[in-house]
Ligand binder design. Sequence first.
Ligand code: GUN
Ligand code: ZN
Length: 447
Amino acid sequence: MTQRAIRAPAMTFRGDPFHLAPGEALQYWPDALILIEDGKFLRIDDAESGLAVLPGDVALTHYPDALICPGFIDAHVHYPQMQMIGAFGAGLLEWLDKYTFVAEQDFADAAHARDVAKRFLRELLRAGTTTASVYCTVHPQSVDALFEESVRFNTRMIAGKVMMDRNAPEALLDTAESGYAQSKALIEKWHGRGRQLYCITPRFAPSSTEAQLEAAGRLWREHPGTYVQTHLSENQGEIEWVRQLFPERSSYLDVYDHAGLTGPRAIFGHAVHMEEEDFACCHRTGSALAHCPTSNLFLGSGLFRMFDAKKVERPVRVGLGTDIGAGTSFSQLQTLGEAYKVAKLGGHALTAEQGFYLATRGGAEALRLDDRIGSLAPGYEADFVVLDLKATPLLEFRLSHARDLAETLFVLMTLGDDRAIRATYIAGEPVYERDRAESFVYPEPTP
Ligand code: GUN
Ligand code: ZN
């Protein structure tokens, strides 16, 4: 039995601030004592009462001028696209052909995949992200590389091999049969191994035949508990292409619904151009959306309608995605800053509580992991971040004028980035500490 204690201000969500008053949704401890045992939260108390009963032999770390919150959750990210972030000038379809499909071919080389996976996990942790739903490439070895590195850090990752059997370069194509067989073998190898979870990943409707989408749906039904991720209604040209490729389907989302690819643990990236019936379908089936604001702005895709998605009569689960490499930052703080601006251009003000909820508990709800991660609560896996309220001279100065927690959080969304992440804990272990000589340390493997 290993115990450790952390003292700092802390916050978590007990409910959804899109539907509850902020004070009901958010719990805040101005000075908390967090007790962790064997990788999980044992209790969270006010420091005064917690310290009074803390056994003398438990290591105690104190973070003043900080704020602890649950680890950030990235609901949509492509690790192979790290090498092409900031590719100039194109809209979605040209961007895919000109840059993405070129970069992804490099992942036929397992050594390259391992190198990028290693860098990727470190960028996530540096940004305070503790769980992500990750697209690999069509190559099974790209999935092995990602999960192998995730096992080393003991992070909870969701990931899968991209399936594409048309409309991409020959070197990136599988077939309906080989995509099914390779994905099945990867599920057997990785799903439920430690904290790793498998995600069946048909890239998007234009790059899969109906036969491949149906094979993906069959595979999902055969393996309960696995995930599905794909792209949906990101760009007008893409939507028109889907209309031409699937004339018998009533909408883009209907293509996936028809193939059995909607339901709990289905995650649709972007969903920028949605009709009411599409939101209703997501609500009815329990499918989740990943809002990727930096990507939607970078590619000029459009403005996600968060407040329509979250309508109280038929709420849809929404997580926040960086969508690296169309997205431009690993930081969920920066992503939230852009989510605020996207909402504002659509006539709504995203509150700081709503923002931090999306990046933590809301993301966990979208990924159906809200019984394990995304909250500071007894029994939950102890993945959390230590935000540094004095990370930069500007942040320190600005926050000295903040009147309350909501203002502090909103300033973090506006000015914060990876510099504001002082430490990232995975299952109770400080795997990343910004100011440590060796910033990244693998935890001791658990027996
Ligand atoms: N649609 C299909 N593939 C992709 C991708 O890699 N990135 C984005 N942003 N959209 C996609
Ligand atoms: Zn994407």
